[in-house]
Design a protein around this ligand. Structure first.
Ligand SMILES: [Zn+2]
Length: 250
């Protein structure tokens, strides 16, 4: 089988609720992406940038849903890993006349500001920026604070929570009115949870972070990989039980 994570594959998009769109990850080292619309300004916020190769597919997927990629004015990152941030470099080039603001927290912000290639490509994945036709350069980053509030139009107000365990820079975005959680790679559907064996990962921290989000009121669970759910709390609880059962082996 050919890799389908190439430039040509359209990212399948789907409206989750009014103003919230989900774009499914491509199979090769990519991530789910989410668009949230700012109705007041007619602008779009993008959550995670994917791997860059999939960006054209995202734009096509957006176009199919009537969303114009040139309206992306803000990018919010969940964490520093290659499959979530690499698309930034392509996105900035593509939108060079009106580049979006990039929002990140802590280690994620630092790594991107420094252009720290070895931290963007963690461990021994056996990949390099060249394989993506990219050069890692220092970026202008808007640094977020914990418990900061992000407004997207008048409809969405996200809280930022620091949720390490999968990586040092991992955050979750939570919208309490609409009960949306964007957890990055902390917790997935189907009882899955993020890897904790990359540099900066920790099983204990992962458990603590999942425990924390397990106490939030979540309908829409929009994770960085695999499927999404409109029945978030039971999914998070399932993952919490699974991660605790792993812990009991040690
Ligand atoms: Zn990750």
């Amino acid at each position: 089988m050919f890799f389908s994570g190439t430039e040509s594959s359209v990212k399948l998009g789907k409206k989750v609720i009014e103003g919230v769109y989900y774009f499914e990850e491509n199979p090769m080292l990519d991530c789910n992406q989410f668009i949230i619309t700012d109705k007041n300004k007619g602008e779009l916020a993008l959550f995670d940038s994917g791997n860059g190769l999939s960006l054209k597919g995202l734009f096509e997927g957006m176009n199919n849903l009537g969303l114009d990629y040139r309206k992306i004015t803000k990018v919010f990152l969940t964490h520093e890993h290659v499959d979530h941030v690499l698309g930034l470099y392509t996105l900035i080039k593509t939108l060079k006349n009106n580049p979006p603001e990039i929002y990140a927290y802590g280690e994620t912000a630092d790594i991107l500001e420094q252009g720290n290639e070895s931290k963007i490509f963690p461990g021994n994945l056996g990949i390099s920026p060249k394989m993506f036709n990219l050069e890692i350069i220092p970026l202008d980053i808007k640094k977020m604070n914990i418990d900061e509030t992000i407004n997207i139009g008048s409809e969405f107000t996200f809280q930022i929570y620091y949720t390490p365990g999968h990586s040092r820079g991992s955050v979750c975005y939570y919208e309490s009115n609409k009960k949306i959680l964007i957890p990055g790679d902390l917790v997935f559907t189907g009882g899955s949870f993020g890897r904790y064996d990359f540099p900066g990962g920790s099983l204990d921290m992962l458990i603590e972070s999942i425990k924390f989000v397990n106490n939030l009121d979540v309908n829409y669970l929009l994770p960085g990989h695999m499927g999404i759910s409109d029945n978030g709390n039971p999914q998070i609880d399932y993952s919490y039980k699974m991660v605790q059962s792993i812990k009991s082996f040690f």
